[in-house]
Write a protein that binds this ligand. Structure first.
Ligand SMILES: CC(C)(COP(=O)(O)OP(=O)(O)OC[C@H]1O[C@@H](n2cnc3c(N)ncnc32)[C@H](O)[C@@H]1OP(=O)(O)O)[C@@H](O)C(=O)NCCC(=O)NCCS
Length: 279
């Protein structure tokens, strides 16, 4: 199945499709009332079971008025506009059910227990480096090896290049020259936040500290760019991913139930955030 498509509707950047079986407001335009209505209209027309929207807290009332509920709150997500809130609406009640809920809780607890452990030193032979357009074929190849399914078409070189043009910065870990892990920083410079995302490490190089090293490098670059808040939307089932963020000092903000088509199917996602510098 193709990843869900991203469309611009009345100034709102919206992703929707059968793969995640949802409508997702990625970026709000100027009218929250219009946005909240059109999200629900698309979901009803297409028969999707979840609507999720990422909005500044100052716009929350418009969504609550249309039966959206707060699911996760990210402190200071929008510079000068306060917290960011993920609000959701379920068109089929069973979409909320999480049979793996207790596993997600164990992963979160494990991650928070490990929060004070220090990260490993990068082993010999590995180097962390920013990735450029010339690296796109290797980026796509790595994504193809790590993810059977992904919410965005990262298996497509043209898409990855487009994200680079639109302000996403990629970093990679190379072992003896070969790209073995990567991650990206999706910057929203207008509101000074960044989503730390797209973490992928080849199986034979996991648990060597590469995700942590990539995250540290990306944070340092983001501080240089004046970015204030970093957040991530991490697979709730993944100990490695949650441990990586907890150990880097991120705070757990909550879980988005059955939210995203990734890896094998629709999964619940944990949101973590960190203030990188003072406003
Ligand atoms: C998630 C992922 C990127 C982590 O990458 P990584 O390079 O292995 O991460 P790191 O080595 O920096 O850190 C992972 C930590 O989690 C620990 N860990 C991983 N799985 C674990 C498990 N099942 N139980 C306990 N600890 C676990 C590792 O041991 C390591 O901790 P350590 O340094 O104390 O040994 C990698 O597992 C991956 O590519 N997974 C598939 C793709 C994916 O799910 N990406 C995330 C999308 S949100």
């Amino acid at each position: 199945m193709q990843p869900d498509r991203v469309v611009l509707i009345m100034g709102n950047t919206i992703q929707h499709g059968r793969s995640s079986n949802r409508v997702y407001l990625l970026k709000l335009g100027s009218s929250p009332d219009v946005a909240a209505r059109s999200l629900s209209d698309i979901a009803l027309a297409e028969g999707y079971s979840k609507v999720i929207a990422k909005v500044p807290e100052v716009m929350l009332d418009a969504f609550k008025a249309q039966s959206f509920e707060e699911e996760v709150r990210v402190p200071n997500m929008y510079a000068h506009r306060g917290d960011g809130v993920f609000v959701a609406k379920y068109l089929m009640p069973e979409r909320r059910d999480e049979p793996l809920g207790s596993t997600f809780e164990s992963v979160r607890i494990l991650a928070q227990k490990k929060a004070n452990e220090s990260c490993k030193e990068l082993p010999a032979g590995y180097a962390i480096t920013p990735l450029q357009k010339k690296d796109v074929p290797e980026i796509v190849d790595l994504f193809q090896q790590v993810f059977k399914k992904y919410p965005f078409p990262v298996h497509d070189a043209a898409f990855v290049e487009q994200t680079m043009n639109e302000g996403t910065h990629y970093w990679g870990a190379r072992f003896e020259g070969q790209l073995v892990a990567l991650a990206s920083a999706e910057v929203d410079s207008g509101v000074k936040n960044v989503e730390m995302t797209d973490f992928a490490t080849l199986p034979e190089h996991r648990s060597t500290g590469l995700a942590s090293a990539l995250l540290a490098e990306m944070e340092s670059a983001m501080r240089t760019m004046g970015i204030i808040t970093a957040y991530t939307i991490a697979r709730a089932i993944s100990p490695g991913m949650n441990i990586t963020f907890a150990r880097a000092g991120y705070t757990y903000c909550g879980r988005l139930p059955n939210n995203t088509c990734i890896a094998n199917g629709i999964e619940s996602m944990n949101v973590w955030s960190k203030k990188l510098m003072a406003l």
